[in-house]
Ligand binder design. Structure first.
Ligand code: OSB
Ligand code: MG
Length: 370
């Protein structure tokens, strides 16, 4: 496949409601989309940084800069047999996983379309229906949270994850567990605690949580190993895992017993597949995390979630939970059993709504091979 052109665009999109984590509140969600033309076939992907460097070091601005000035020159005009060869072309680039994932994943879609098969089959997926969970932002009161939990359970979602931070943690988890003794429940702290909070975090052990996600520093695997020794609740790492070696380090140190895989954070489908295969061999469960994606990112998350190591429900939910109008057709829908039926059409399996995308675009740049 010859890479003939790459278009990067920024869409102005706004979530239906603000989403609050320990690092702040988002409502405006600038969405970056990559369209890549290979042998005359277009592939699409989403590049997933937040607007500012508060989840990971990347931003929409750094992704644009690195894509234009460093990644595009490495791949434009190049010929590859598979999208799996892209990481080798990017080997000189340090960090900027989300920027790299945008280009690599767009080529995965183009490759699957050229072969006339769904992306999930090209990746080696083995399930035709994936289990879904939701991530609920921090709410003003435990009562407000309970109401949201009720709505999502009624919709069928199989796992509830609540965001926590100091002062909005134990009582929130206690309220949800008391109202719903048997549900799969987890918490996500997005690095809001330190090792001096061990005694406090241990209080979560009584709620039988599926996991506690990224309680400590985003860049410190060793600290999580110290915490895991003191807690029964399995620690799950999100922010700390950028690639296979991080996952291997974390598992060898028993810093986590579950891994959250986000396609952008780990640099694309090739790296995500490596991490899931490694974890599967060691019986460490993985699941698909989300970055408040529009339908294009969601479609890639669905394809990835069909791989055999993805044993827990992911943060892969219906388009309508976040968007008035999504950029794919049909939108991502969740069945009353809390699953998504994986699409069978070639590529990401959803049609891209070009006209709507054009209308939402506020910045666009195209690079063509000569
Ligand atoms: O930690 O998983 C996270 C959103 C933005 C940044 C970090 C996280 C999240 C989510 C969103 O939890 C989950 C979703 O996309 O549904
Ligand atoms: Mg997380």
């Amino acid at each position: 496949m010859k890479i003939e052109a790459i278009t990067l665009r920024k869409l102005k999109m706004r979530l239906k409601a603000p989403f609050e984590t320990s690092f702040g509140q988002v409502w405006e969600r600038p969405v970056l989309l990559v369209e890549l033309l290979a042998d005359g076939v277009s592939g699409w992907a989403e590049c997933t940084p937040m607007e500012g460097p508060f989840y990971n070091p990347e931003t929409t601005g750094t992704a644009w800069h690195v894509t234009r000035d460093f990644l595009v020159p490495l791949v434009l005009g190049q010929s590859v047999a598979s999208a799996a060869e892209i990481p080798a072309l990017f080997s000189a680039i340090r960090g900027h996983e989300m920027a790299r994932a945008g280009i690599e994943n767009a080529l995965w879609d183009a490759e699957a379309r050229q072969k006339g098969i769904p992306l999930w089959k090209l990746l080696g997926g083995t399930r035709e229906e994936i289990a879904c969970g939701v991530s609920l932002g921090i709410q003003a009161t435990p009562e407000a949270l309970l109401e949201k939990v009720g709505t999502e359970l009624n919709a069928g979602y199989q796992r509830i994850k609540i965001k926590i931070k100091p002062g909005k943690d134990i009582e929130y988890a206690r309220a949800v567990r008391k109202a719903h003794p048997a549900i799969r429940l987890s918490v996500d702290a997005n690095s809001a605690y330190t090792l001096s909070d061990v005694e406090h975090l241990r209080k979560l052990d009584e709620f039988g949580l599926l996991m506690m996600e990224q309680p400590l520093w985003w860049d410190d695997i060793h600290a999580h190993a110290k915490l895991q020794k003191e807690m029964r609740t399995p620690v799950c790492l999100d922010e700390s895992i950028y690639h296979l070696r991080h996952a291997a380090t974390a598992i060898e140190l028993d810093a986590c017993r579950v891994v959250n895989i986000k396609l952008g954070r780990v640099g694309g489908h090739t790296s995500a597949r490596e991490i899931q295969a490694y974890c599967q061999e060691r019986s460490v469960p993985v699941w698909c995390g989300g970055m408040l994606e529009c339908g294009i990112g969601r479609a890639h998350n669905i394809a990835m979630s069909t791989l055999p190591g993805f044993v827990y429900p992911g943060d892969v939910s219906a388009s309508k939970r976040y968007w008035e109008e999504d950029v794919i057709e049909p939108e991502v829908e969740v069945t009353p059993r809390g699953t998504i039926v994986v699409p069978q059409r070639p590529g990401i399996g959803y049609a891209v709504r070009q006209e709507l995308i054009e209308r939402l675009t506020v910045e666009k740049e195209t690079w063509r091979a000569r």
